[in-house]
Every structure is written in C-alpha cells, then in structure tokens.
Design a protein around this ligand. Structure first.
Ligand SMILES: *Cc1c(COP(=O)(O)O)cnc(C)c1O
Length: 347
C-alpha cells in the first residue's frame, strides 16, 4: 500500500448534513469573548444583541434565541394556534415529518398536508383546503411554509411567490409561519432581501446551526407581543438557557461572516450535480438550486452509500434509491474535487 493510497483514503468528505460543521477558530474566539448574563432574567447582552440584530435584518419586531430549529417552529405553532385547530403545510414539511409529532403533542393541532412542487405551495393549492366554519371541521388557523425546502432538495420560494400566499392568509384570517432553517440559502439564491420578509410573515424561524456554521441555536422572529408569549412557551419546554451568550456570539459571528459564502456551497452542489448526471449508475439528478443535491441510483442506495463510505464520502439515503448530498462550509474545493473523482471511479 503506497503513500498515495493512504493520502486518498484519509480524506473525509461529510455530505450527510450542513449541521456537521465545527466552529472556525475565529468563531471560537468570538464565542470566548462574549459578554454573558442570565438570559432567563433577560440579562445576557449577547443574546439580546443577536435577537435584536436578526429581528432588524428581517424587519420583524423581536426575536427569541432557542436551542434548536425544532423548538422555534414548535413554539411558533403553539403561539399561532389553539387546540382543535388545523394547520396547512406541504407533505414534506420538517414541522410535520421531522419534529417527532410535536404539532399534535405540543399544540393539540391537526395537520392538512398538501402536495407542492418540490415542497413549494401556491395560494391556489391552499385556498380550497381552508376549512369552512362548521363544527365538524377543525378550525384552520395557520399556514407553514419552508424556505428552502429540505426534502425538496433545497428548492426555494421567491418573495413574489410568497406574496399571494400571505395575501390569502390575511384575507382569511390565517397566521403565516416560515420555517426558515435555510432562509439565507434562499436569499443568496433568489436575491430577495431579508428586510422584505417581515411584512409577509407572523413568525420566522432562522437556524444558525445549518449552513451558517454556528454550533447551536435558532431564533424565532415575530411581533413583540408574540415573542412575549413565546418566551413563556420556551420556558415551559425547558429551553431557557442562562449564560447562552457564548452560543449567541457564534450566531452573530456567522451572520457577519458566513452568509455571502453560502454561494460557494451552492456552486459546489451544482458542480457535483453536473458530474453525477454523466454517470451510468445514476438514473436521475434533481438540479440543485442551493446547497442540497438529491439524486437517484440505479441500484438501491444502501450498497452505493457503503462504497462511498469506503472512499471517505459520507452521505445518507432519503429513499430506497435516493441519496442526498448537503454542502456546507466544512467542504472545501479540494474535497469537492476528490468527491468528483471518487464518484467517477465508483462503478
Ligand atoms: C434542520 C431543520 C430544522 C430544525 O432542526 P433542529 O435540528 O431542531 O435545529 C427545521 N426545519 C428545517 C427545514 C430543517 O432542515
């Protein structure tokens, strides 16, 4: 076994998720220097600064720092519904599929699932699904959109697609929540402005621990009144975190330094997609708009993933014949190059 073989086999390319990133040295330094206090008393100035900063960016009144995106979404659903209500979401929605049944458990709410185009809904799809006032029917009170759509392969709404949905919600008295776990990927891709989002949504969840590269944390954005209630819900869920400003500092750092670079991840995903489309063992590639690439394998995905793992490329299947690659700030150009050559040699 020569040196060259050893060098190649030690390269690890982790494409399982954009949650696997580790803080950069500069981010760690920002964390170590954070001024902190007890956030349950409202005294952590770094958390307060993060909440204010993000709220201002999205033109929302207030923010609430939480340990996870799941918690921000579940708090929002609790704030915008009553038990016996129903919410409308796409069938791929993270709030429905990947939050452990929390909609029913936390809020006592049922879910009406729609079939969007790669998770993208329209006002025309939503309108007929709003229940009429009738004691037989759950009361429709909330629409949840996701941008980008995780299971859609990072598909995006533009604000021009969101505006008619927001208009419908307003006319029908529904709240509108955005699961913006990857909202910055959408903004970088569409060119829409964060500041234009606030007018359309009652709540926005933003994850700092996805492509932005912070180790922990999400922020819920909403009106002052909603956030006041959301703070109570966060407490009852066990999410009041004391001197968590060390974590909020990573979020502030990420907002200042890791937003523009998301386009590198998008370019990497597009490049991998173009290369994969040429390979005989792949039957279909869904063109990547942002940092998530979905493709279908001729053989079942599991043995393919095994072969990839032998080459140091880590990925997950999302279906029997479907593999997902997620690009992020810990995947560097030379790793993308290595992944391309490894994929080509995988027969
Ligand atoms: C990751 C993610 C979340 C939040 O997940 P946590 O792991 O709880 O932070 C929410 N929505 C979408 C679309 C996601 O991809």
């Amino acid at each position: 076994m020569g040196d060259r073989h050893q060098v190649i086999t030690t390269m690890i390319v982790d494409l399982r998720s954009d949650t696997v990133t580790k803080p950069t040295p500069a981010m760690l330094e920002a964390m170590m220097n954070a001024k902190v206090g007890d956030d349950v008393f409202g005294e952590d100035e770094t958390i307060n600064a993060l909440e204010t900063k993000l709220a201002a960016m999205f033109n929302m009144e207030a923010g609430l720092f939480c340990p996870s995106g799941t918690m921000t979404n579940q708090i929002a659903i609790k704030c915008f519904t009553q038990p016996l209500d129903e919410l409308i979401a796409d069938q791929t929605a993270h709030v429905y599929r990947y939050e452990g049944g929390g909609i029913a458990f936390n809020s006592g709410v049922s879910t009406r699932l729609l079939y969007g185009d790669r998770g993208i809904l329209t006002a025309e799809m939503i309108e007929p699904e709003i229940n009429a006032e009738n004691i037989h029917f759950p009361h429709t009170s909330l629409v949840v959109l996701e941008n980008t759509v995780n299971k859609g392969g990072g598909s995006c709404y533009t604000l021009s697609q969101i505006a008619p949905i927001a208009q419908l919600c307003k006319e029908r008295g529904l709240k509108l929540h955005l699961d913006g776990a990857r909202i910055f990927n959408a903004l970088v891709h569409t060119g829409d402005k964060a500041a234009d989002y606030g007018q359309y949504f009652d709540g926005i969840s933003v994850c700092l621990s996805k492509g932005l590269g912070a180790p922990v944390g999400s922020v819920l954005l909403a009106s002052k009144e909603t956030i006041k209630y959301a703070r109570r819900i966060r407490k009852v869920m066990g999410g009041g975190m004391r001197q968590a400003g060390f974590l909020a500092a990573a979020g502030i750092y990420a907002l200042d330094h890791h937003v523009e670079r998301l386009k590198i991840d998008h370019a990497h995903a597009a490049l991998l997609g173009a290369e994969l489309a040429k390979l005989p063992w792949i039957s279909n590639v869904i063109p990547a708009d942002t940092n998530i690439l979905l493709f279908d394998t001729v053989e079942p995905a599991e043995p393919v993933l095994k072969k990839l793992a032998e080459k140091g490329i880590k990925a997950n299947a999302t279906d029997k014949h479907r593999i997902r690659f997620v690009l992020h700030l810990d995947v560097h150009p030379e790793q993308v190059e290595y992944a391309v050559s490894s994929l080509k040699s995988l027969v």
